[in-house]
Design a protein around this ligand. Structure first.
Ligand code: DQA
Length: 144
């Protein structure tokens, strides 16, 4: 049976490639993730992005029962959203937190992650490549 991995991205990540390239790099995220699908063909990778907290929560709820792993970059909601945290707690599957930049090396308000204590693993500061590293780690986690 093909394992289903959801890659969930929060606000403004649709603009990665053109948004603050000095911080996030100039690679376009969405095409990069489409290529990941082609690279990891043994998984059913589903990609979702929204700028709206409620839509992210609806998606996280919708995939209950149809999910073997979650990779999530909640973007700015990382630092604020109890609601996204609560939604992720509805899942038993491995969850990996991904950030393009390293929030710990940026403004203090980015240092705290609302989800850090409930994720299996976190990857930061590697730009879009971090999603590939996360996918490799996810492959290990779901194989266990
Ligand atoms: C981010 C880091 C967040 O602090 C920021 O709000 C983002 C992107 C990252 O991937 O580096 O939008 O999650």
């Amino acid at each position: 049976m093909t394992l289903v991995i959801h890659i969930i991205n929060g606000p403004n990540l649709n603009l990665i490639g053109s948004r603050e390239p000095q911080v996030y790099g100039s690679d376009y995220l969405l095409p990069f993730l489409e290529n990941l699908k082609a690279e990891f063909t043994s998984f059913d990778i589903r990609i979702f992005q929204s700028n709206h907290e409620g839509e992210l929560i609806d998606y996280i709820q919708t995939i209950i029962g149809d999910c073997d792993g979650i990779m999530i970059n909640p973007a700015a909601f990382t630092h604020t959203s109890v609601a996204i945290r609560d939604a992720l707690r509805l899942h038993r599957c491995p969850i990996i937190e991904v950030h393009l930049s390293d929030p710990k090396r940026r403004e203090e308000f980015r240092h705290h992650s609302m989800i850090r204590d409930l994720v299996w693993s976190h990857i930061e500061g590697l730009g879009v490549e971090g999603y590939r590293v996360a996918m490799l780690r996810m492959a290990e986690l779901v194989a266990k």
